[in-house]
Design a protein. Structure first.
Length: 123
């Protein structure tokens, strides 16, 4: 951060930028994600302790369960409408399900992280 700047400035990354691009909510540098859906311990640029504010435990079941139910309903509806061969179903759902679950987890974790950081007054 440059001299004279505070942590509370406009132009900080939001939920979408944090979820999709891994931008730090405080400084905007990349590196919030250590894995596909795993938050890093801290920001390499500004030293923000991300792990302290990261959602943990069973709270993320509230995200995964509805996504799983929607994917199951979509699979059943797709099977009724279009009779695809088994290899096409495996290819489609084998890539679609992980992408949907990881995307939902990234958005949920980003939203919780940003809410907790705002509550503490760090962004």
């Amino acid at each position: 951060m440059r001299n004279g700047e505070s942590h509370n400035e406009k132009g900080q990354s939001g939920i979408t930028a944090t979820a999709l691009f891994g931008l730090c909510p405080r400084c905007g540098a990349k590196g919030v994600w250590a894995g596909p859906a795993a938050l890093a311990g801290q920001c390499a640029a500004c030293g923000l302790d991300i792990e302290r504010f990261a959602p943990k435990g069973r709270t993320l079941y509230l995200v995964v369960l509805p996504v799983t139910i929607l994917l199951m309903l979509a699979a059943l509806k797709l099977d009724d409408v279009v009779r695809l061969p088994v290899w096409a179903l495996i290819a489609f759902w084998g890539t679609g399900v992980p992408l949907a679950v990881i995307g939902a987890l990234r958005f949920a974790k980003s939203a919780v992280l940003l809410a907790r950081l705002e509550k503490e007054g760090l962004i």
